[in-house]
Design a binder for this molecule. Structure first.
Ligand code: SF4
Length: 443
């Protein structure tokens, strides 16, 4: 059965070749993309800032769509886990919603002691044309707070544009602190402290004597974010969401950046060593080599115990960004599992080129896939497990295929060496569960 729309063919590569992939463009109308909207892209980047207020200027549905959207943990305020909305209705569409927005910010400033407010203009606010910039400007003047507009109507582009809008909002926040003097340490960009992963990475860097100045945006706060311009180096983890911010910071503050990943045995080791090298810190590089050797030796018996249960299995991956997909392919390979289907929502041409080099010649690579395409290729390639997020889970269950949640709702860490153990255990338990013996009609 062939369910591929003609207009989608340039975004699907068969034969393990990722070059020339059609990506970074709007979804095909009617294709029922798995991708989230522009507003969602902006919200997922900014939401983990623990003491920020998020006002969704739009209908209540936009706010509920992203309510407490990430499993980001906090060592401080829990404020970010709430969502505020102007709840725009028919009357507001006719007469405008700016007054309602202004009243909402006043309430947060006067009764909730807000210092930092992000205002998201969603589809309806975009259509009626409320002047969100003017409302935010006036609120900053009136209350001496930061009120930052994020004009992200869902219809205005792709999820990647939402990421860029979040990066622009962060630049607007930190720009007044441009001339603060440099301090020793790094920023971690693109880690959202899901299940405490930021704390794992921070601990590793601290063992090498490298302080973390600020994080974007896992367990971040207003006070830590404004220190970002002071750091010596940016480590870009989720490149799809924050590479743009790293480039803006390099141009504005001269802060260099490197891409890293703390998922998977190969990427953790190389990221630690490259961080020390980029700082020109010979002591940290030596400590990194010792630390990696110690951790890999600890992990070896665990991996050997699980490998016979995993070897020869076939995996499908559909995740948000290209960098995550690349780390997953590498880790699957280290576990003896072949990746036969791999797709992302927001991958870039260079991500797909690298993916093509990592997978076998039989693999299918997709950008902005829909459930029908994923089903077709997982069936064709005989995938044993799908790694994805909340939107892919029902598809896996329907097909009777094992599933691993690698999205932002998960409750256990997958980063670092402890993350490798969690990931291996989860893949094994899901794929080799006794229940599979009793299932009929699976793929
Ligand atoms: S911004 Fe638009 S597309 Fe996104 S959740 Fe709101 S209404 Fe839906």
């Amino acid at each position: 059965m062939n369910t591929i729309l003609e207009e989608r063919k340039s975004s699907i590569r068969q034969g393990g070749d990722g070059s020339g992939m059609g990506c970074e463009r709007g979804s095909v109308a009617g294709a029922v993309s798995q991708r989230a909207c522009v507003y969602c892209g902006a919200r997922v980047v900014l939401n983990p800032i623990t003491d920020a207020f998020h006002i969704v200027h739009g209908p209540i549905g936009c706010a509920s769509y992203t309510w407490d959207i990430r499993g980001s943990l906090t060592s401080g305020s829990e404020r970010y886990r709430n969502s505020y909305s102007t709840d725009l209705r028919e009357q507001d569409v006719i007469f405008g919603g700016a007054k309602k927005l202004s009243a909402a910010i006043d309430e947060l400033a006067e009764h909730r002691n807000a210092k930092l407010v992000f205002v998201y203009a969603t589809c309806i606010a975009g259509v009626i044309g409320d002047d969100v910039d003017a409302v935010c400007r006036e609120a900053e003047r009136k209350h001496d707070i930061r009120a930052i507009p994020v004009k992200a109507p869902g219809f205005s582009g792709t999820k990647s544009q939402g990421y860029r809008m979040a990066c622009d909002a962060l630049m607007r926040l930190i720009l007044p602190h441009k001339s603060d003097s440099e301090i020793r340490g790094v920023n971690i960009l693109g880690d959202f402290n899901l299940a405490g992963e930021m704390w794992i990475i921070k601990n590793y860097l601290e063992r090498l004597g490298i302080p973390v100045v600020s994080a974007v945006t896992g367990d971040a706060s207003y006070e830590t974010l404004i220190k970002m311009p002071m750091a010596q180096l940016n480590l870009v983890q989720c490149a799809g969401s924050v590479n743009y911010l790293a480039k803006l910071m390099e141009a504005e503050f001269g802060t260099p950046y490197i891409k890293v990943s703390f998922f998977g045995i190969e990427d953790i080791g190389s990221s630690l060593i490259r961080t020390a090298d980029a700082l020109g810190d010979a002591r940290a590089a030596r400590l990194a080599r010792e630390f990696i050797a110690e951790k890999e030796a600890e992990l070896a018996p665990f991996s050997a115990r699980y490998r016979p249960h995993l070897e020869g299995k076939r995996a499908a991956i559909f995740v948000g960004g290209g960098f995550k997909a690349i780390s997953l392919i590498r880790q699957f390979s280290a576990m003896g599992i072949e990746t036969v289907v791999v797709g992302t929502q927001t991958g870039q041409p260079e991500d797909y080129e690298l993916i093509g080099q990592l997978v076998g010649s039989d693999a299918v690579i997709l950008d902005d896939a829909n459930p029908s395409e994923l089903e077709q290729f997982m069936r064709e390639k005989g995938a044993d497990i799908l790694v994805g997020g909340v939107k892919e889970r029902p598809l896996a269950y329907k097909l009777g295929i094992a599933f691993c949640d690698h999205n932002h709702e998960r409750k256990h860490a997958l980063a670092g060496y402890e993350g490798i153990e969690n990931f291996t255990r989860e893949i094994h338990l899901s794929m080799n569960s006794p229940v599979r013996r009793y299932m009929e009609g699976g793929i």
